[in-house]
Design a protein around this ligand. Sequence first.
Ligand SMILES: C[S@@+](CC[C@H](N)C(=O)[O-])C[C@H]1O[C@@H](n2cnc3c(N)ncnc32)[C@H](O)[C@@H]1O
Length: 287
Amino acid sequence: MSERDPIVRINSLPPDEGPVDRRPLPRREDRCRLLSPELQASLEREIVVALLPSLARITHRSETSLHPDLAAAVSEFFPLYEQRPVQNNTGGSLFNDSLSLYLTARLLVPTLIVESGTFRGHSAWLLRHACPEAEILSFDIDLSQLEHREPDVTYYEGDWTDFPLPAIAAELALIWFDDHINQAMRLHEAHNRGFRRTLFDDNFPAYNLYATGGAPVPTLAMAIDESLHDGMRLVWTRHRKTYEYVYKQSHTFDVQSLICLCQPLPDLVHITRYSPSSALTYVETVP
Ligand SMILES: C[S@@+](CC[C@H](N)C(=O)[O-])C[C@H]1O[C@@H](n2cnc3c(N)ncnc32)[C@H](O)[C@@H]1O
């Protein structure tokens, strides 16, 4: 449990029984790709079809006007991703999340991007390529993990709430949380600091909390889930560890009332067949 997140109780209980698989993780996205341009074009078309409705809502553009920009951005992404400086980003964004992050940032065209959860530096690198003109500030409580330092990104060691920020025009800024901290609290903090456009990774409903390590509870999906109630014990297991979180409505900071658009991006795993699944959600809050 992070000191920054004292209200969250995730208790690691003794590991469950079962064989340990110590083989390296398969990196299918590196080993398997299309070599024929016609098939590559078909794959890109399927990705555009899947993402167009949600990205049109996020950017407040019509599908017709967005379509050519989205198709171009999807095509740019494939060769860019092959050149990524952090080749093995296990534990951070892999293919599907990287694609959704790149497209969302590229099409929103923010002039200021704040990232919470730098890790090895992959997502900051991606954001720099998605938004070449933006000022990018990247925060992590442990920068010793950083493998790639992008020359034009400013890195801070610590929680983003401990640092002053440049004056922002809310409609031009974007904040991206990939830090496994209570998402409702993060949305509340971002709104209080003037952000209106927020992007989250790992926004899973309570019944999928096993899908990520250190689930950012309560997630946004949990904050708007009326079936959860005070004192409810949520218990799950992941990679031989058992976790427990006791839900409290006060942990949600009543963020439901702040949200005017909550748009999960479709998971791309059934199109790309690369794992793991993607789970980005864009949120716009009231002025
Ligand atoms: C899943 S990784 C981020 C992955 C990265 N964004 C990417 O796409 O490659 C989560 C990171 O959040 C960081 N973290 C944990 N608590 C944090 C906090 N309070 N503020 C910022 N980062 C934090 C961890 O140190 C870890 O590096």
